[in-house]
Design a protein around this ligand. Sequence first.
Ligand code: 13P
Length: 286
Amino acid sequence: MPVVSLKEIVDRAFRERYGVAAINVVNDLTMDAVLSAAVEQRSPVIIQTSVKTVRTVGLDLLFAMWREMTAGIEVPVCLHLDHCPDRVLLSDCLRKGWNSVLFDGSRMPVSENLRQTVDVVAEARSYGAHVEGEIEAITGVEDDIGSDEEAQRESLPVALDFIRKTGIDVFAPAIGNAHGVYRAEPQLDAQRVSDIVAAEPIPIALHGGTGMTDAQFRDLISRGCAKVNISTALKITYMKSNLAFLRDAEQRDTWDPPSLFKDVAGAVMDMAAEHMRRFGSVGKAG
Ligand code: 13P
């Protein structure tokens, strides 16, 4: 099973009501670790890149890593550009070979967001790629995009009109979820997912996955959240496992970079595998 489209991955998950982890990677080590976890767990996975990661690693290098690491891979995987308000970068990623993009027009009036999302869908289709859309900003700043102020939720008819007129493949509604670390258990409007899916059966993207409970994941996935975004958990795991290893290295006065990489990759793999288990996608490859 080689690299496949976002649609192929999420449509099956939506039908069978399991979630696919969409994990934001930050470099080669984390991309490789998340892909290795998917192979080990026989699970599909969506590798996400933020705009910041594309800019820091460099678009060409990031894509070359992706191509090399997924050559001959035996589980369904795809490469997704997360929250991108920048149409130029979005076009560059589609041209290069990203399988899907989230056009983030959530700071625009819905009518302008809709108009531009229609264009993005047409552009993506010309590359055989797919599009996630949103009309409300997800609360929280992630990789320099977004705001800590909770956005006003649009009505159901507005959301349905956006989904129908744009022809997007995945929809990301605001349901009380937020990027980053939750200070208290989030109060989620799960009914909003059910209302959207009942009227328009489209796979839903659940943003702000880090810190949600098993019960929340189970409930939201059963209602149609087929793509579950995880970013902060990877950042924390990556930074803390580096820190722990380096503290220990200092104690032992032993400095061997490959041992550090192996240790950190193991921690990231465990984190990714744990989310695949929690979302019910283990063994779903093939
Ligand atoms: P977290 O950072 O809360 O895991 O959210 C990730 C996300 O939604 C990326 O778009």
